[in-house]
Ligand binder design. Structure first.
Ligand SMILES: NC(=O)c1ccc[n+]([C@@H]2O[C@H](COP(=O)([O-])OP(=O)(O)OC[C@H]3O[C@@H](n4cnc5c(N)ncnc54)[C@H](O)[C@@H]3O)[C@@H](O)[C@H]2O)c1
Length: 350
């Protein structure tokens, strides 16, 4: 089984993926665990089981949403695996969005010092981003992804048919990361995206290209020297907005990243001289396409930014863009500039 371990996850779209996974499952016995949340159990499990002709498996289930990425649920799932007698040859299939993939990838990486896992992403965001690149983890004390590691699944199987049942706000969230790819890496793609509606139908056309972009960024940095940090554009502030959001002001990951990108475009303008033209055009596109809101508690957002994993020896480090389609990482930004960007953002929502 270990022979199948690859350094980089492989992407199989539609038919090819179906054939590969069927073959793999046929050769690897019955020791299968499937991790779902309540929605993916309801909307995706039957489709998955029939597509891959699986009848012999054990189910692991967590509630929907970010709160499942916690030590409590990790511990609950480890007890479940022990109870259900999972062993070193067990295979964990993560059937769900970014939450299930992040949590399940971490669970598989630490259970018995590591068992194999496969990601089957069922949200647009997980298909184009969270299921790729090997990052797994959970939140701690409300701080995003504080505990985790990098470990690759055997496969990531991406079937856009799962997206049919996804609510529009989750489709929109996935587009947040897709628009980020245009801004940091691919000007032509950005120019195409600005003409698109954020619809399920359109997403099917761009999932593959988005996966290729993320894969190519990861491949350029397989020794983890830092280049992959460009993927964090929008995330220093986006994660802080997500962490500071509450039940009354809940905000999903992709939308938080869009809000973070608007702030970080402004910071790019101040720190890297992103032109006023690029700033205005890109901010206007994001405001027009995405349902962004005012950020309520700026001081709390700043406190969470100080906890960001990219920071080094007290320096706040951001990924910023000098022009559309290009991104630099490890850019030091001081607190007053971050504050200015939050004010700039909120003034756009007066
Ligand atoms: N590891 C990484 O590289 C990486 C990258 C980006 C984001 N993330 C993480 O991913 C998470 C966000 O992922 P997400 O946006 O997929 O959120 P999610 O997993 O919470 O899914 C969003 C909602 O959609 C539901 N859902 C999933 N598939 C469905 C389907 N096919 N039909 C109907 N409903 C469905 C879920 O139950 C949930 O309610 C965050 O925790 C973020 O930190 C990780």
């Amino acid at each position: 089984m270990k022979n199948f371990q690859t350094n980089m996850s492989s992407f199989y779209i539609n038919n090819i993926g179906e054939i590969q996974l069927k073959k793999f499952l046929n050769n690897n016995g019955n020791n299968i665990f499937i991790l779902v949340d309540f929605n993916t159990e309801k909307f995706c499990l039957d489709l998955f089981l029939t597509t891959f002709n699986i009848s012999n498996y054990q189910l692991l289930k967590v509630p929907c949403g970010e709160s499942s990425k916690s030590l409590d649920y990790l511990s609950f799932l480890i007890s479940e695996l022990v109870k259900k007698k999972a062993d070193i040859n067990s295979l964990l299939i993560n059937l769900g969005g970014g939450v299930v993939c992040d949590l399940g990838g971490f669970l598989a990486s630490v259970y018995n010092r590591g068992i194999n896992f496969i990601n089957v992403p069922t949200t647009l965001l997980a298909q184009v981003d969270a299921s790729i690149g090997g990052k797994n983890g959970i939140n701690f004390d409300n701080i995003k992804n504080k505990i985790g590691l990098i470990n690759y699944p055997l496969f990531t199987v991406t079937l856009t048919k799962f997206l049919k049942t996804l609510p529009q706000n989750e489709i929109t969230s996935g587009y947040g990361e897709i628009y980020k790819y245009g801004l940091i890496y691919d000007l032509d793609f950005w120019n195409k995206l600005i003409l698109e509606d954020l619809s399920f139908e359109n997403s099917k056309k761009i999932v593959h290209h988005s996966i290729k972009i993320k894969e190519s960024i990861i491949k350029k940095d397989n020794k983890r020297k830092g280049f992959r940090n460009i993927l964090n554009f929008g995330h220093s502030i986006g994660h802080a907005i997500e962490s500071s959001s509450s039940k009354s002001f809940h905000i999903n990951h992709g939308l938080a990243v869009v809000m973070g990108m608007i702030c970080e475009l402004y910071i790019s303008h101040l720190v890297l001289n992103l032109s006023s033209n690029d700033l205005n055009q890109s901010v206007n596109v994001l405001l027009k396409k995405f349902p962004t809101n005012k950020i309520p508690n700026l001081d709390l957002v700043i406190e969470y930014i100080k906890q960001d994993k990219k920071n080094n020896r007290g320096k706040l480090l951001f990924s910023l863009i000098p022009k559309v389609g290009c991104c630099y990482y490890n850019q030091e930004v001081n607190e007053s500039i971050i504050y200015k960007s939050l004010i700039f953002y909120n003034q756009l929502h007066d």
